[in-house]
Design a protein around this ligand. Sequence first.
Ligand code: UD1
Ligand code: CA
Length: 474
Amino acid sequence: MGSGLDIAIVLAAGEGTRMKSSTSKVLHTIAGRSIVGHVLAALAPLSPKDLRVVVGAQRESVEAHIKEIASHATTVFQAERNGTGHAVQLALDGVKVGGNVLILAGDTPLLTSFTLQEFLDAHIASKNDVSVLTAQLPDPTGYGRIIRDEFGGIIRIVEERDASEDEREIDEINTGVYLFNAEALTSSIHKISKNNSQGELYLTDVIALIKNESNKAGAIFSNDYTETLGINDRSQLAECAAIMRDRINDGLMRSGVAIIDPTTTWIDISVKIEADATIHPGSGLYGKTTVAKSAVIGPRTTLTDVSVGCCATVLESHCTAATIGDNANVGPFSFIRPGTVLAAGAKVGAYVEVKNSTIGEGSKVPHLSYVGDATIGSGSNIGAATIFVNYDGVDKHRTVVGDEVRIGSDTMLVAPVTIGDGAYTAAGSVITEDVPAGSIAVARSKQRNILGWVLRKRAKTASAEAARKAGATE
Ligand code: UD1
Ligand code: CA
């Protein structure tokens, strides 16, 4: 028997019928990682020399995903789902096996490397031919039950459907994680039969076979049953996602991140957050998002693939594929779209949408604006309700705004157009031509006041009366 892990087999051929989904069960995600991805991630530190994943239902998409996340894994195709025993027969077919074989299901995403390593160590120490990882469940319905003898040794595993009423009372269950001595497994795996209520080849029957043959079968109890929860439907998916969310948040809080309401804060496993950052309630941080120290995120903020600098604040906003610099301020109610880069100290305020634009150091877009395909220099101010008119109906064009520019409120910057350093635009202007540095562009019609118009055309109205009181005459 080897001292490490020689072969790991992940069973993932099932249909996942109860998910009622067009996506394979094991490709559904928790914390930004597929269910089978979590299983493979937990396995990775055990460094199995040979990693095999049995695929069947939705073969193409599952195989492609496995190739992407674990290129060293071999996928084995199980064309017909004849049971877990059949899946293992196929996985071992033509493989030169020796040492330890770990078998687990692809639908138990909460298993940790720590537990798997402990299980492996215990199995090796026991010198058994097979060890089964077991757990005690508050509700064991649906799981295989562990039948032990009067000395506490495992005799066999009985599936719920094949169990007697007494056996169903047992709350110690088979987690579906096993370690085998390779020779013992290969010599017994072809001896199992379909003699059960489902007419399938049960991997669990191998345990009784080994027990009878060599008496070297053991059950190893896992204290944290939540690790062994399997996902069969969407409500179990949500249950496992909540447990994973708590784990991730606990880890972050222990590392110094302030999470005000962990139950409403959803952070992908891939996200990195530095100590002293604060995450307010109702926020979701996804993908490759990173948050530097002392930044404040939320409440109710969504960040996907966003990098947030030190001491920046992002309040009630939705941001994707963007960089938010040190000390920058975003929100409330900002929409930051892909390709946005906010330099240090930049500000994007209420009801502002920014797309594919760079906003320079200390520049501000405080209110009610659309900034698309723009490059804005440093120290500039974009007045309220300014629109960067980037789309001519066919193509997108860029706008360049220099340093220390003052764009008047309600300006239309019709791209392509360039506003030179230190230039101004008058409020309400529609700017279609470049504005040279240091000049002011006024692009609106001159104001006319038609005196007494209200008194003549809107006589007897409240407005006319107010005007008369103020001394206006016809
Ligand atoms: C299985 C165990 C049960 C255990 C439970 C733990 C058997 C007979 N029963 O039951 O004792 O308590 O897991 O979760 O093993 N699969 C294949 N090919 C097949 C059938 C299944 O690859 O032909 C895969 C599935 O995709 C799944 C795993 O094996 O990932 C377990 O199969 P599933 O049908 O979910 O078994 P359970 O009824 O949950
Ligand atoms: Ca299952």
